[in-house]
Design a binder for this molecule. Sequence first.
Ligand code: DOR
Ligand code: ZN
Length: 423
Amino acid sequence: MKLVIRGGRVIDPASNLDAIKDVYIDQGEIVAVESAGAGGLAPDCREILAEGKLVVPGLIDMHTHLREPGYEYKETIATGCQAAARGGFTSIACMANTDPVNDNRAVTEYILRQARLAGGVNVFPIGAISQGLAGKELAEMGELKDAGAVAVSDDGRPVMNGQLMRRALEYTKAFDLPVISHCEDLNLSAGGVMNEGPVSTRLGLPPISKAAEEAMVARDLILAELTHGRLHIAHVSCAGSVELIRQAKARGINVSCETAPQYFSLTDEDIGEFNTLCKVNPPLRGREDVEAIKAGLKDGTIDAIASDHAPHEPDAKEVEFVNAASGMLGLETALALTLKLVHESTLTINQAIAKLTVNPARVLGIPKGTLAVGADADIAIIDMDKEWVVDVNKFASSSKNSPFDGWKVKGVADMTLINGEAI
Ligand code: DOR
Ligand code: ZN
């Protein structure tokens, strides 16, 4: 099937392209990107008119919780993939904190099979660092890689044992897998449910200090320097972490990191009167942290924006704040919340698209995130200025736990294509 996407503003940070172009697709691949109107139209070629729209590589979410196997009442691979497509994502990497944990070939292969059956977005499993996420023994990383895992992470939990983390950073070098670290010193965060500060005091809720994150970021940076392993820090939430990573990069340490939209869109004030939809781990921080996250995104310290899509059923959220599950949906709001940074001139559109495409692709080492000739025709067509109101009841996700419900936002994926097919 031949297809041309005509007249859009084609932004492909991977090839430094930002121009009005026509994108030609044949048999699921990009075969040409030409000046608008330059190419002739074969008789069997379909056309999509994209004037006034952005044409960008399909977005890549390097941090999604798909909940299958084990927690299908929160999300299935099929509904998670639909949510991704709605949000403009064509590739998602899913965390290992399922039941059973993705610490072996059978689970990785199961996820890939379910994703194939679901059809649509590309799913890249992330294997566990430790067996059962127990933090005691390393998972079989060679086997995980062989089965299709693109990274390892115990996300949801930190690797508290520094020696185990050291071994993980060393061992993964043989397989060229990044180690994605959920940085949280469990002794420092013990019992806490929200950020430590005036709001936790007012609400009388047990606090989590920023030190719980920063201390482990510092440890992991030191271990990355020691081992020359590939460290990626997940969901950076506070100013101190940004500064530690900035300094480490300046010193040449091999580290990358991501943040999630909630950490530049919300603060702990948004918890208001115990709004459990704002309970997330790491917790929402203060205004100064939001500013530091934005500065880190702007100067390149923070490489990627990931959704940390964490679906939970109502029963897990409609309880006392201390007992509520942590996590919020992300796939269907990440693009609009990121574009807000563009509309307010924090990021250029090219920076924003890079953090949602080529940058996470490079961290994961997957051949995605570009519109170069020969690439898979995974594409998002975005209307940057379309205003809409977030309505969780219209989400494709089977969970509804978004604190952004009712928000007026600007920018939406009009169409998501995988291998040249609209999904
Ligand atoms: O808020 C969170 N939810 N943080 C995590 O690290 C894990 C996630 C989940 O799995 O629900
Ligand atoms: Zn995490």
